[in-house]
Design a protein around this ligand. Sequence first.
Ligand SMILES: [Zn+2]
Length: 253
Amino acid sequence: MFSKLQNYISNNTGILIRLDDISENMNWNLMDKSESLFDKYKIKPVLGVIPFNKDKELLSYPKKKDFWNKVRNWSDKGFEIAMHGYTHVYDTDSKKKDYFGYGGRSEFYGHSLKEQTLRIQNGLKKFNDENIKVKCFFAPNHTYDKNTLLALKNSGINEIIDGYGLMPYIENGIKFIPQLFYKIYTLPFGIQSTQIHLNYWNDKDFNNFEKFIIKNADRIITYKETVDKVNNNFFYKIINFLTKKMLQTKRFI
Ligand SMILES: [Zn+2]
């Protein structure tokens, strides 16, 4: 009985490492260090790549000349490449009416289906032209509306790394992989994605991340393993609902 429970918990526990804001301009010093760390501990993270970065804040970081070559190398190594927005420039305000009710500025929320489809398909075309396979998406600042989901589905993307809950789930025809905390947390149970912004890190943050990786290496799973855990049973629906209610007011842990 006990070993059955142990099995159940270990089958439904895992951490997906998601790095945000990967683009030509970024903190390459920490990116290179992170890549060596991932290789050493055989970690396959998800890298959220911005196809046409025009975000002024991000553009202030050093530019990598052979960036797309680098992305192809990551992809060949088994790192999962996700599309993270289009230009990463916010031009609407979701006023808490966005899909998850987080609020804040957005690159997608509130735009017409036509405009959102254009942005998503132009972004995907870049990856396609560069011969890089992309299966999943996450929006800058976690802000979506129903049209974002529709535009993604119409463009062949059915997986999003965002959302509430302790297990990946399907809603409106999309597989959602929950991303709950800004800080790197480990929960005793459930499948979670991190969100890591290397650009804002100093050496101390990186050292903490290294310790986290060493301590949790056996719980870190690949993107494919995460998607395979999609669970829509009633128990998880209730747990996910409760997580949503609890966290909606305490998002910025
Ligand atoms: Zn971002």
